[in-house]
Design a protein around this ligand. Sequence first.
Ligand SMILES: NC(=O)c1ccc[n+]([C@@H]2O[C@H](COP(=O)([O-])OP(=O)(O)OC[C@H]3O[C@@H](n4cnc5c(N)ncnc54)[C@H](OP(=O)(O)O)[C@@H]3O)[C@@H](O)[C@H]2O)c1
Length: 379
Amino acid sequence: MPHPYVLLSAAVSLDGRLDDTGPERLLLSGPADFDRVDEVRADSDAILVGAGTLRADNPRLLVNSAERRAARVAAGRPAYPLKVTVSGTGDLDPTANFWSTGGEKVVYTTDEGAVTAAEALHGLGVDVVPVGPGLDWRAVLTHLHDVRGVRRLMVEGGGRVHTQLLQQGLADELQLALAPLVVGQPHAPKLFGDGEYPGGPRNRLRLIETRPVGDVVLMRYVPTAPGTGPVPSAADHRWLALACELAAECPPSRTAFSVGAVVVAADGTELARGYSRESDPLAHAEEAALAKIEPGDPRLPAATVYSSLEPCARRASRPAPCARLILDAGVRRVVTAWREPDTFVAAADGNGLLAAEGADVVVLPEHESAAKAPNRHLN
Ligand SMILES: NC(=O)c1ccc[n+]([C@@H]2O[C@H](COP(=O)([O-])OP(=O)(O)OC[C@H]3O[C@@H](n4cnc5c(N)ncnc54)[C@H](OP(=O)(O)O)[C@@H]3O)[C@@H](O)[C@H]2O)c1
């Protein structure tokens, strides 16, 4: 199911706290960083915070710059991004600033919480959307994408919301403003709570930018750990997009597909990458990538192979097709964008071969057009 691009945004102390325990909101950023946040908001289709943040901070969550609002309107967008909150109980204060400022608002809640929320917010024009007996984040993101047309979602906390989105592999990017202060209070809210995160405790996110903004440092990270089993994660999309980009590197051919492949360990470490005809005129992408990894590498059984095209199931040019090479390498998870058409081999079913031997195969059709792009000449 397509989701919006999910950007987690927070200001955080040197000891990883979002706030102190006092009644007033702790201001971690300065004016320059608040202005940066305003710009990120203006670029977003929707801004989401948890009900805990509404209660603690009573935020407005507006685009404050008149120029940025005007630019949004000139581009055919509403002046303010959609405001979104999540609540399990539906126990929401109708006098909060969130409801009386900005543009449209939506609450995602449980079936039970919807009754309470609809009563509390009656007459405020708020869309109350129940997503089931519990708060299912995938259902929330799918609804935002499909029904609300949200393509870029900025999540501004709090800790419980950030924690769940990162733990469930649903965050595409983290933007953290590291503030030069130490809170030191054991019960102050943490940015990320305890629990299991994708890739385990050794997973390293990829740093994509650092920049001083006033006296804070902006750090941007992207998660790297693949999803598990049949459930795709935001990192799966990123790695598959890379595989599709690699396909453009292939020496051209009229008699074979151009394909890219990446092999990634469970902790998000890239083990190898390859593309068709990289090492010799007959090499396939998955074969080229796997050949760069020591056979028996202990990371292979938990690794994921990303391939822009479904791994081949039959092959005249080599003794073993790529689906077999993947299984023989011990890999049990494959993410691909495009099912193999009948161009060279009729009814090839590499995905079926992989699945029949217990591998999880995830097809992400959102990347199909990128996977096909370097193969247009074969139509
Ligand atoms: N420094 C920063 O950038 C920043 C930004 C935002 C917030 N904060 C701070 O973060 C703190 C608030 O964080 P928080 O963790 O307490 O609250 P939160 O993450 O904002 O919201 C948590 C609430 O969201 C609902 N919720 C979230 N996930 C749910 C699930 N799976 N099932 C059911 N309900 C769910 C629940 O609402 P119900 O209780 O209604 O059921 C829950 O109490 C405040 O101190 C605030 O100042 C700091």
